[in-house]
Design a protein around this ligand. Structure first.
Ligand code: NAP
Length: 315
């Protein structure tokens, strides 16, 4: 039986592993197996320059940083399995973690499965993924295909505003497509977008189809006016989805407490979930900050909570 199993390999998972390993818990970490739905290393694997993680004054490449996180966790005795957890049984001790036909048992589990950017779900989005379709302007916005070209951002929240303002540094024009006549974003972000001479908001509009060709990738979008039903085309080389994130909590439905949007609920000021011995860290339980540094911080909290909880069981 393992002392602790950590599920997830982003900043939260690896920081939890580092702290648990240094407390001699010999953690087992499931990093996930690469697939369309699983990205070992988490969201930073799709990022180029990370400029806001303290300690890197010149910035750091996202995948490189995650490689360093991993090496540091391994150095102190973390065992990493490149497997995807397919099932958990947290109803009794030992807690059980399943991947395919194999089962592992542990006294404690730290969940750090993160969140995934949402897309509208159009077939044409999937068709042009990485050929003009992205959910991360900060990762991809500076690519040559978007420079001095019109691009589209979908969404009316702070993420969409942030993406639009970032893209406006490179693109010739940014069309923000929002389904209502009022932004959801904070006033300060919204005002900056509305005042920007390169950004135009396409109000009351939804993307009906992403247009393009196999050779050129995205060439435009077809928009539909939600009030009149009329459609119109907007030429663009980029389509950025910024309609929020989905926490990766399907495994824990009906077992762990979640909020209305599926984020795990932790006891305030801690990483404790509603199940004894199960802790949560990072974006899977944070819909507000969602930063690498806050994820890492909460991974540290989860490991410390876990160490103390295990000690209390043995006392
Ligand atoms: P969000 O606040 O949930 O906004 C999502 C936006 O996408 C909304 O405008 C929503 O429209 C739209 N949307 C959702 N589903 C859609 C669909 N199927 N079709 C068309 N539009 C759709 O998500 P977020 O912008 O990612 O922000 C999440 C949290 O992080 C917020 O608390 C935000 O303040 C925070 N955040 C802060 C910053 C910052 O301060 N720098 C940056 C990013 C995020 P409706 O408005 O009609 O619902």
């Amino acid at each position: 039986m393992h002392n602790v199993i950590i599920i997830g390999s982003g900043p939260a998972g690896y920081t939890a592993a580092l702290y648990a390993a240094r407390a001699n818990l010999e953690p087992l970490l499931f990093e996930g197996e690469f697939s369309p739905d699983i990205l070992p290393g988490g969201q930073l694997m799709t990022t180029t320059d990370v400029e806001n993680f303290p300690g890197y004054p010149e910035g750091v490449n996202g995948p490189e940083m995650m490689d360093q996180f991993k090496k540091q966790a391994v150095r102190f005795g973390t065992t990493i399995l490149s497997k995807t957890v397919t099932e958990v049984d947290l109803s009794e001790t030992p807690l059980k973690v399943v991947s395919g036909a194999e089962t592992w048992e542990a006294k404690a589990v730290i969940i750090a499965t993160g969140a995934t950017a949402k897309y509208l779900g159009l077939e044409s989005e999937a068709r042009f993924m990485n050929h003009g379709v992205s959910a991360c302007a900060t990762c991809d916005g500076a690519l040559p295909r978007f420079r001095n070209q019109p691009v589209v951002v979908v969404g009316g929240g702070d993420s969409a505003m942030e993406e639009a303002l970032f893209l406006a540094k490179f693109a010739s024009r940014v069309h923000v497509v929002h389904r209502r006549d009022q932004l959801r974003a904070s006033k300060i972000m919204g005002d900056r977008v509305l005042a920007h001479d390169k950004i135009v908001v396409e109000w009351n509009s939804v993307v009906d189809e992403v247009l393009g060709t196999d050779s050129d990738g995205v060439t435009g979008v077809r928009l539909k006016d939600v009030k009149s039903g009329e459609t119109r085309e907007v030429a663009c080389t980029g389509y950025f989805s910024a309609i929020g994130h989905k926490p990766n909590t399907d495994l824990f439905k009906g077992v762990l407490d979640m909020d209305d949007t599926g984020y795990l609920v932790t006891r305030p000021g801690s990483s404790y979930t509603n199940v004894d011995g199960v802790f949560a860290a990072g974006d899977v339980q944070d819909s507000v900050y969602r930063q690498a540094i806050t994820a890492a911080g909460s991974g540290c909290m989860a490991a410390i909570d876990c160490v103390r909880w295990l000690e209390a069981q043995e006392a």
